[in-house]
Design a protein around this ligand. Structure first.
Ligand code: SP5
Ligand code: ZN
Length: 345
């Protein structure tokens, strides 16, 4: 399988994230992608290429212009507040929740940072925009290859994307690579596209982006939001709205779920995607379902990822894979390569 590797990911290295009143070192680290890259090379799992360049137009098909403008200029504004900010990351601490206005952009940068985000766990750094943009280019390069007839293509990138919405960042995500890929597949001629999200955390951003769309089906298998991040979305009764009613499938599972139950949910998601008659599939590939993931609660084992790859390949759909979460860095390369190798066999 061809991999598009986003070398610009190295420009995004968050320092600290807020958790229970403490600032902890970020779980979303640069060595995540480097270990996957090393394992793909070691196993010779196909060519590894740099992304092709794209302008902002395909990003603006998913995100609002004012959000993209904010991300592009945020770091300059952050250091304009105080030159000493260059040595710190920007973390939001105010949010316009219910009853506040979000139509009027505050002049105050901290207020704008909160308006365009939903948690205090996603530091914005000097290189966040460049890194996220490089990742979107990987996703778009993968789409271009699949539209040209390739069976599968992998966008190996960080920061991840599936928590990012039309106009907000959070959950370590800034640009929604899976949504950008799905929209580009639509714009490139695929009439019906399915997004399958197997990250441990519900892909709230992707769901929200396509919630009223009949042409993009979203299916997600994730930790039950009653106890698991992102908490406020991902329940089984979210089935889409308006013209998109019936085009959203959430399969929340309890903490502790292991492969036998997890793969039943996968079969159910794939059956729904078959019923939708998708022309192409986007896989939001989170590897934080692994038994030793430090922030997640499923119990998948390293060999289970071969089976997942085989199951996905058996669908016979052209597939664009975007890399999402997965924080057990020591085994992340092995697990990811297992899935891709299972797909190839
Ligand atoms: C893409 C993705 O997987 N995003 C996940 C974002 C989760 N953010 C909340 C993490 C909570 C960290 N919990 C720390 C537990 C320390 N023992
Ligand atoms: Zn995750």
């Amino acid at each position: 399988m061809i991999t598009f590797y986003n070398a610009s990911h190295l420009r995004h290295q968050g320092r600290l994230e807020m958790f229970r009143g403490e600032l902890l070192p970020c779980f979303e680290r640069a060595d995540r992608v480097e270990t996957v890259l090393a394992e793909l090379r070691a196993r010779r799992l196909g060519p590894i290429e740099a992304p092709e360049p794209f302008d902002d137009a395909p990003l603006a098909r998913v995100h609002t212009q004012r959000y993209l403008d904010f991300l592009r200029t945020a770091w300059q504004e952050w250091i304009a507040l105080d030159p000493a900010n260059a040595g710190k990351d920007a973390l939001p601490s105010f949010w316009p929740i219910r009853g506040f206005r979000s139509d009027r952009l505050p002049d105050n940068f901290a207020a704008r940072l909160g308006l365009f985000s939903f948690d205090a766990g996603t530091p914005l750094t000097a290189g966040s925009w460049a890194a996220a943009r490089g990742g979107a280019c990987c996703a778009l390069s993968a789409v271009r290859r699949v539209l040209a007839g390739e069976r599968a293509a992998f966008a190996l990138t960080r920061p991840p994307g599936h928590h990012a919405g039309v106009d907000f960042f959070g959950g370590y995500c800034f640009l929604n690579n899976a949504a950008i890929a799905a929209q580009a597949l639509r714009d490139g001629g695929a009439a019906r596209v399915a997004v399958l999200d197997i990250d441990y955390h519900h892909g709230n951003g992707t769901q929200a982006i396509f919630y009223e769309r009949p042409d993009v089906f979203f299916a997600s298998i994730h930790g039950d939001p009653r106890t698991e991040y992102p908490f406020y979305l991902g329940h089984a009764d979210e089935r889409g709205a308006g013209a998109g009613l019936g085009c959203n499938l959430n399969l929340p599972l309890p903490r502790g779920t292991a492969y036998p139950e997890w793969q039943q949910a996968l079969a159910q998601a794939l059956q729904a995607i078959n019923g939708f008659c998708a022309d192409a599939l986007v896989l939001s590939l989170g590897m934080d379902t692994f038994e030793h993931d430090p922030i997640s609660g499923f119990r998948l084992k390293r060999d289970d990822y071969y089976r997942i790859g085989e199951t996905l390949a058996a669908q016979g759909l052209p597939i664009v894979i975007t890399f999402e979460g997965g924080y057990a860095v020591d085994e992340l390369g092995i697990n990811t390569a297992n899935l891709l190798q299972g797909f190839e066999q």
